[in-house]
Design a protein around this ligand. Structure first.
Ligand SMILES: [Zn+2]
Length: 441
């Protein structure tokens, strides 16, 4: 079996689970992971320098022959928690099941995101051993808390900024090679994230005098909060096609079957029709055309027979790239339309700027996808979730979110869920992608 697969297995077995409260995170596996890498990739660790940032995030520098146009390859090695319950094969055992193209490696982190991290290191190791030296500096940047607070990557970005480094290209996890996501298109599609939605949490709070539940007021705090939620739910955000989404529709539309092709490539005329189509097709397409809102947490009451003195709801909002945090908050205020419902905001992130979909960096990614995944259509898209790479948008106008792996719908559904797994053949094609990419930086 190839070393690459053995190395991935060894690293998936280290349970680097990050938790929102860093005091409850077990940091021993993180140290074990950091310490394991030099042994697995000796050539890389002699040719590149490595610094630890905030103790656990890793920043490598591979000096190029000149000091212009550096590139950054990103990945994170923390994973979301998993217990063996409900898994067909345990999450931290890295079992290999099956043979040939059907062979799978099971485990938390295979897709998100140790697969990318290991594929990057395999590529660099192979190129160093082949005697290659990059034209320009290459940085490898491996975060330790992407799934929680992203402090590691923010510190790395600050550090690079203080050194005056402005990357020509940044590549992080994000889109993948997927199939069956777009009506009328049968070919595989490489979706490359060029922007990501913003996000914020809004807390709705109703305070009221408590008392015995046997003599309730006409309109209790809980009922007022419930009304606010129902009002909000009945008022979706306006829909629209941000420029990137329109570009995606045109790119993919050109490859779709005949009647649909006309609809997708004549957006100037068919926009209203498409908005309603996207709104109904799936939750994913619906999220592409508007800011979304989801009430995720509710809280009220201390006892079954006492009125709640406070009722709260958390609304998680993902802000469309053509909107803003301020617009989202204003929408909530108007929809709730009740001065006795207090609205507070935390963890607000504006949508990220849109990276270039022209120029040498975009073309490089595009052409390597074509070489490694022949017959695949490449399209930009707006990521619905958030990645660490958003912090790099202040330093670079070519920040791309793309994991060079084929992922079926069933596999994508295992991200942050049970039974995360990856085909070993898929992983090895990812290594091929990064090897070619590194060879041209
Ligand atoms: Zn991830």
């Amino acid at each position: 079996m190839s070393d690459a697969i053995q190395n991935l297995r060894a690293l998936v077995r280290i349970p680097t689970v990050s938790r929102l409260d860093s005091a409850t995170t077990d940091w021993a596996p993180f140290r074990e992971f950091v310490d394991a890498l030099p042994g697995l990739y000796p050539a890389t660790h002699s040719a590149l320098t490595r610094e630890l940032v905030l103790e656990h995030s890793m920043l490598y520098r591979w000096a190029g022959r000149s000091d212009g146009s550096p590139s950054v390859l990103m990945a994170h090695y923390d994973v979301v928690a998993a217990t063996a319950e409900g898994w067909e094969h345990p999450p931290f055992a890295a079992e290999l099941i099956g043979e040939g193209e059907e062979q799978l490696i099971w485990g938390r982190g295979t897709l998100d995101d140790k697969g990318s991290l290991v594929a990057v290191l395999e590529a660099v190791e192979a190129q160093v051993l082949a005697g290659f030296q990059p034209t320009n500096d290459i940085y490898l940047c491996f975060g330790h808390d992407e799934e929680t607070l992203s402090t590691g990557i923010q510190a790395v970005v600050q550090l690079l900024q203080s050194r005056g480094i402005h990357p020509a290209l940044v590549l992080d996890e994000g889109g993948a090679v997927v199939e069956g996501i777009f009506p009328g298109v049968d070919s595989p599609i490489a979706v490359v994230g060029v922007s990501e939605k913003g996000s914020l949490n809004v807390t709705l709070t109703v305070d009221q005098q408590g008392g015995h539940a046997s003599t309730p007021p006409k309109f209790s705090a809980t009922a007022r909060l419930a009304r606010a939620i129902v009002r909000l739910n009945g008022r979706p955000f306006r829909s629209g096609f941000p420029a990137t989404t329109a570009e995606m529709v045109r790119t993919l539309g050109a490859h779709s079957s005949v009647p649909l092709r006309w609809v997708f490539t004549n957006l100037w005329l068919t926009r209203p029709l498409l908005k309603s189509l996207f709104g109904r097709l799936s939750d994913e397409t619906a999220a592409m055309i508007r800011t979304t809102q989801a009430v995720t947490m509710l809280g009220a009451g201390q006892a079954a027979n006492a009125l709640a003195e406070r009722a709260t709801a958390n609304v998680n909002i993902r802000v469309a790239v053509d909107s803003s945090v301020a617009e989202a908050v204003e929408h909530v205020r108007r929809a709730v339309d009740d001065k006795l419902v207090a609205i507070s905001i935390d963890q607000a992130n504006e949508p990220s700027p849109v990276s270039l979909t022209t120029g040498p960096q975009w073309q490089l990614i595009d052409s390597i996808i074509g070489e490694v995944f022949p017959g695949t259509i490449v399209t930009p898209y707006v990521m619905l979730g958030a990645t660490d790479s958003r912090f790099f948008t202040q330093l670079s106008s070519s920040v791309y979110r793309f994991s060079p792996f084929e992922m079926s719908g069933a596999e994508r559904a295992t991200l942050h869920a049970r039974n995360e797994r990856m085909h070993t053949a898929t992983f090895l094609r990812g290594v091929e992608f990064y090897t070619r990419l590194v060879g041209r930086l």
